[in-house]
Each structure stands twice: as C-alpha cells, then as structure tokens.
Design a protein around this ligand. Sequence first.
Ligand code: ATP
Ligand code: MG
Length: 339
Amino acid sequence: MSTTLPQNPSPITPEAWPPRGRRVLLVGPNPAMDRIHTVEVLAPGSVHRSTSISARAGGKSSIVGRTLRRLGVEVSMFGFLGGPIATPLIREFEELGIEDKHTKISEDTRVTTVVVELSSGRSTVLNEPGPLVSKSELSRFEDTLFHNIRAGDLIVCTGSLPRGVGDDCYGRISRMATERGAFTAIDASGEPLSMALKSAPWCVKCNRQEFTQALAITEDVDDAKLIELMREQTKRGSSIVIVTMGGSDFLAATQHGVWRIHVPQIDVVNATGSGDTFFGSFIAAIWRGDDLEGALRDATAGGVVNALQLEAGLQVGASLEPYRSQVWFGTAMLEGLRR
Ligand SMILES: Nc1ncnc2c1ncn2[C@@H]1O[C@H](COP(=O)(O)OP(=O)(O)OP(=O)(O)O)[C@@H](O)[C@H]1O
Ligand SMILES: [Mg+2]
C-alpha cells in the first residue's frame, strides 16, 4: 500500500502542539512501592528466605516520572500518598528531582510484592487493592491540580485509579485542561480510559487491547477497523491517538492521517513498563521542542531500551540514540493530503 502513497510519509505535527519547555504535571493517582524479593525456588505453602530484597517507587506514574527526569524534564507529580510507604516514596521522588504535589490521605499506599524465582526467571506478583480515597481527599487533590494548571502546560495522566476516585477522573482533568489552554496526554485502561476518550484529550496513548476494550469492542479487530476507530477519536477532537502493539509496528493517528511506525527488532530482556517508558520519552521530546516525528522516534526508542533491561523505566545514562535512527514511518492513511 505504501508504494502508491507519497514519497515522504513523515508524520505531520498537529496544529495543537505544546510550546517548548512548559511545565509537565504528572498525574498518577495510584502509586505503589514495588518490593522485589528473589528466591531460588518458589513453593506455594512453604516458608521462604529471600536471597535479596529491593524496594523502589512503582506504579505507572513512577516509571514515567523516572523516565522524564532521566531525560532532563522538570516534573511535578500529583496523586495520593498515605501511610508508612509515603515517606520512602516522597524521598525517592525528591532524589529524582520531582516536585512532590501528592495529596496526603489517611489510608495506606499499596505495596506491590514481586517474587522472582531465580531457578526459572519467573515472576509472581501480589497486587494490593490500594487505599480508599475519601471525598474530601479527592476534592483536595482536584483543587491542588486544577489550581496548578496553566495555558500551555502538559498534563500527563497515567495508570489506574484508587477506590473512591470516580472513573471520570481523567475526563474531568482533560476537560479542565482544555478550558485553560493546557494539553492532556492520557495512558489508561478500562472505564477511566473509556470516559477519558469522550472528553477528547489532546493525546491518547494505549495498547491495542486497552483501546478496543475502552470502546466496548470485545472481538479482535483487524488493522482497517482499528484505523477507523482511531480516526473516529481524532474526529471527536483528540489531536494524536497512539496505539502500540508490543514489539510489532504501531499506529499513530492525527487529523492529517494515520502512520504506521516500525519498531526496531531486539532480543527482549523484560518488556514490562515499555509502554510507560515509551510515553515518558514521547513527552520528554515534546518538552524539548521536538515535532511529532521526533517525539515518535524517541518514544519508540524509549520502549525498546526499556525492553532490553530488567528494571522498568529509563535508567541513568541510558541513551535512545542508537534506536532513534532505526525507527521508520509508513503511511496507513492520509487525510486528503498531496505532498
Ligand atoms: N518486544 C518488544 N521489542 C521491541 N520493542 C518493544 C517490545 N515491546 C514493547 N516495545 C516498545 O515499547 C512500546 C510500547 O509497548 P507495549 O505495546 O507493550 O506497551 P504497553 O502494553 O502499554 O506496556 P506496559 O503497560 O507494560 O508498559 C512499543 O511500541 C515498542 O516501542
Ligand atoms: Mg501500558
């Protein structure tokens, strides 16, 4: 198909594009502390002695935040933190140079326990349900965030919502941001994504399954149908819709067309968090003043670099450079353009 299409299929940057160097407000309502144990063999029903334990800030917003900081972006982080876990998380955010704007809550922030079985490399994850946020805590969070949103800001919403926070949380944020002339980028799933799509956020980024599920489509869709659904979202008012598919090529839609982006092939070590590193790298490129093509290159390279290492998020000294140039673009659909 691409052979009959224009010579230069570089994605065209949408007219609505955040000005360079504005503040990034990172919204992660449900942070966690990841506690990673290693054991030789995991045997259900028996007592184990962990051979090593490490703990670090987890949840999607922490991975995105770490990636943004490693790429030099100034970040303020919003969400809910409570109980004994709040202190080490705040310390870690401080060490990363993130401005802490979390709302303090009375219930405890969750711990995610990950047990890595060294003999097999398998991981077993125990997810806690997370805190229940009260009405007054929710309104304090919204007041803090809404008070901070200014024209040109990039509001980056990521991850699940704790109990007590209504599913329209990201939709409300996106509508408020649009009113103020700010730009909202959302990576979520389920009902919070479904409701956010209706608010037409500036940018939507999710994986294929999350996108179709949010649109209440239960069967597998082919690429033609997926492209149609992405275009519908741009017609609803979103400037960019990105749907990733792991190591396979992914799609990006704007009001100008739909591009297919080739992902460099690698030997994967651990692709967990690749979507979050992709998202953080995308936002960082925009913050630096890059156009859509540059941002998609960085995003793809970020996801790839993450998949090449054990820990999630961009690590100190990691470079996107070797993979940026291996990203290439094809056209899936162009909207009335002659280039
Ligand atoms: N196996 C892989 N090989 C190369 N790159 C990958 C691989 N998996 C992911 N990536 C990179 O990361 C991007 C996002 O991946 P993916 O679609 O798995 O996101 P995701 O499902 O949101 O992941 P998560 O939520 O775990 O962070 C891909 O577009 C690609 O750039
Ligand atoms: Mg994801």
